[in-house]
Design a binder for this molecule. Structure first.
Ligand SMILES: C[S@@+](CC[C@H](N)C(=O)[O-])C[C@H]1O[C@@H](n2cnc3c(N)ncnc32)[C@H](O)[C@@H]1O
Ligand code: SF4
Length: 383
């Protein structure tokens, strides 16, 4: 294995209710429960699968591997598992894998899915960072997005996480929801920044074809989000975050200081290595990618037979890896190193158009470039 850092992602494919905009591989527990099952509890069946897959990762990676740099419980809604259940997974990982001394362990959480004491217990069992899906502070937007929490709940969740001893707390926001006004989003930013977070992610609402929201847009019940409005919201986010002392380190991510940057997500953007555990999880090791069966029951049953849960794989060519390095790396404030963005006619064009600039010898997006990142990538990838 290459000496790049190694992370582990654990996908928890359950939510108490599906949000109409979300296309992630996630299921409600009632969708997953079946009386004819040997295991009628989908979470217990899932946990057995995760423990088997951790053992599989250990055997497959062999001993010549770096200590784990980060662990990320994503979803879905990882906090639908109890702290004891998430702790069982963490213990199984650290029993088999060496981990870096100051390893980052993130847990994604839905603000209104927390049991009393769950955050303290998670912190106690080794979680170092928590990320809440806040999305908006406006009731009408939360309702349109099918969120079940009231506006204050996300803000309370941040206070609870602080009290529980988390130093690293992030909020996710969504902007550009149909009907959202400039003021709706500025109130959302203000509310988010009034809390003790040290990290914020802000995503333009993406209309994913398979979702209920996409059907409402297709039927004309809701307008297509406007890209101009999304650009205005992005600029508002950048201005408010800068005023609050946050710096962007990836197009959609801002941190209050370098130690608040999400180490695990940096590993994706730097195209380093990670092993993904759980239904539908993707993995990457030195240009070899693979992904698991999506269906939680099929995934768990396959593992319980001692078979591989992988449903597909590909080995990237040098050209594909180069393109991925460009597409991912240009999103970062650290920019592209000279071997990916040498000074030539392409970068000259980006400099002339005000979309990128050189900081020392690295090519970095300007604010306009951040709004037009896809255009920048197509210029960099052109002949
Ligand atoms: C796995 S969820 C976070 C944890 C938890 N499931 C929740 O929603 O509160 C990850 C984040 O992806 C973002 N997201 C999901 N679907 C999106 C979409 N279609 N457009 C923009 N952001 C989206 C949301 O901001 C969400 O908080
Ligand atoms: S946004 Fe979060 S809570 Fe909503 S369906 Fe997706 S993963 Fe589940």
């Amino acid at each position: 294995m290459a000496s790049t850092p190694l992370g582990m992602y654990i996908h928890v494919p359950f939510c108490s209710r599906r949000c109409g905009y979300c296309a992630f591989n996630t299921y409600t527990l009632s969708e997953q429960s079946g009386s004819a099952q040997i295991h009628s509890d989908p979470i217990e069946q899932y946990l057995e699968g995760v423990l088997s897959e951790i053992a599989l990762a250990d055997e497959s990676l062999g001993q010549n591997r770096p200590a784990l740099h980060s662990i990320f419980f994503g979803g879905g809604t990882p906090t639908l598992l109890s702290a004891e259940q998430l702790g069982r997974i963490l213990s199984a990982i650290v029993e088999r894998f060496e981990v870096e001394r100051d390893i980052e362990v993130t847990v994604e959480a839905n603000p209104d899915e927390l049991a009393p004491g769950q955050l303290e217990q998670l912190r106690h069992r080794g979680a170092t960072r928590v990320s809440f899906g806040m999305q908006s502070v406006q009731p009408n937007i939360l309702q349109l997005l099918d969120r079940t929490h009231d506006p204050e709940r996300s803000l309370q969740a941040v206070s609870e996480a602080r009290l529980a001893g988390f130093d690293h707390i992030s909020l996710d926001l969504i902007y550009g929801t149909p009907g959202e006004t400039e003021q709706d989003f500025s109130l959302t930013l203000e509310a988010a920044l009034s809390t003790q977070i040290d990290h914020l992610s802000a995503y333009a609402l993406s209309i994913e074809p398979s979702t209920k929201l996409a059907a409402r847009v297709r039927s004309g019940a809701l307008p297509t989000p406007s890209s101009d409005e999304a650009a205005d919201r992005y600029l508002a986010a950048e201005a408010a975050l800068q005023r609050a002392g946050f710096n962007w380190y990836e197009i959609s991510n801002w941190a209050a200081n370098p130690s608040a940057q999400c180490q695990h997500n940096l590993l994706y953007w730097r195209n380093h290595n990670w092993w993904g555990i759980g239904p539908g999880a993707h993995s990457h090791l030195d240009g070899h990618r693979w992904w698991n069966l999506d269906d939680p029951k099929l995934w768990a049953q396959t593992l319980s037979r001692g078979a591989s849960p992988i449903s597909g794989s590909e080995r990237l060519t040098a050209e594909q890896r180069h393109l991925e390095d460009l597409m991912l790396g240009i999103r970062l404030a650290e920019g592209l190193p000279p071997h990916l963005a040498p000074r030539d006619h392409r970068t000259e064009r980006l400099l002339n158009d005000g979309l990128a600039t050189y900081q020392a010898d690295r090519l970095v997006l300007t604010l306009n470039g951040r709004l037009l990142a896809d255009q920048v990538i197509s210029v960099l990838a052109s002949d």
